[in-house]
Ligand binder design. Sequence first.
Ligand SMILES: NC(=O)c1ccc[n+]([C@@H]2O[C@H](COP(=O)([O-])OP(=O)(O)OC[C@H]3O[C@@H](n4cnc5c(N)ncnc54)[C@H](O)[C@@H]3O)[C@@H](O)[C@H]2O)c1
Length: 315
Amino acid sequence: MTEIPVISGEAVFAAIDPGIAVERTRLSFERHALGEWEMPPKVYLDSPPNGDFRAMPARGDGLALLKWVTSFPGNSAKGLPVVRGEILLSDAETGEELAVIECSSVTSLRTGAAAAVSAQALAAAGAKSVGIIGCGVNGAWSARCLAAVGYGPGVCADVRAEPAEALAGELGWRVGDRAEAAAQDVVVTVTPGREPVILASDLRPGQHVAVLGADAHGKQEVELEAIERCRLFCDEWEQASAGGELSNGVAAGAIRREQVTQLGEVLIGSTVGRRSSEEITLFDSTGLAIQDLAIVQAIYAAWQDGRIAAPLVEL
Ligand SMILES: NC(=O)c1ccc[n+]([C@@H]2O[C@H](COP(=O)([O-])OP(=O)(O)OC[C@H]3O[C@@H](n4cnc5c(N)ncnc54)[C@H](O)[C@@H]3O)[C@@H](O)[C@H]2O)c1
């Protein structure tokens, strides 16, 4: 019999704050770029007409995990979460199960943290102000992670007043419209990707744009004409070119592999990031299992140290 902890989302948030999430997420991009952590591309299982399931494995530092996670964009209207699922954590040397962890908490922390890591690596020197377009679950965590590493104040824009007001109130930022948010130094888009929320006319020299919402084919948050004005970065080319924001430009023949730099390469110093204060940088995040692994490694360590209470289950 194997006895393993089942760790709730509440326990995850109690153990991992946004600052830790940013550090862990940066480490995951570095380890992956160094070839130390392994990750096949995520597998999508469409569930039309409402959304899709994703299976996301990764291995590193003696651990292996599988995240089984959803994106059901219409769920908000039904009062249900868009992102839900579980992470199975195993010992990579013996295959032994170690833990089951609620996954939307981990997803939120590492998704928001990716926006912050991209800003730290690519935003212009002196960039401070933040625009959040789409202030739902992952938009809010992006704002919290950016605030935790010194960005802000910011402008919170959403087609619904309530999430923008709640986020602005929490962080002491302000509510604004889409164009105001898109005018800030660091702009983060985290909408369901049903229509572009960044237009070519919004962009000005020196901005950094982190595009998080388009994480599956058919989603788009940035006009192609706007993308063409930016120096392009992504979390991982295979995923971004197949299902991220950049996939729209790849399909249109407007974006080629050699135009896009993976963030990890900038972080380990093997490629140059921003080249001038005038450049507009765009980071396409599709969400990587290695990011989950870095957060889960910290969660499991916290449980081993007795800092997380979790029920034990015999399998
Ligand atoms: N890149 C990643 O790693 C990653 C991780 C998790 C989720 N996602 C994706 O991010 C998106 C958002 O996920 P979520 O969990 O935050 O959903 P959510 O429903 O909690 O938040 C989305 C928010 O966007 C707002 N919105 C919708 N259309 C808008 C528009 N045109 N302008 C401004 N705001 C708009 C909604 O009102 C809502 O508040 C989804 O597409 C999801 O698949 C990406």
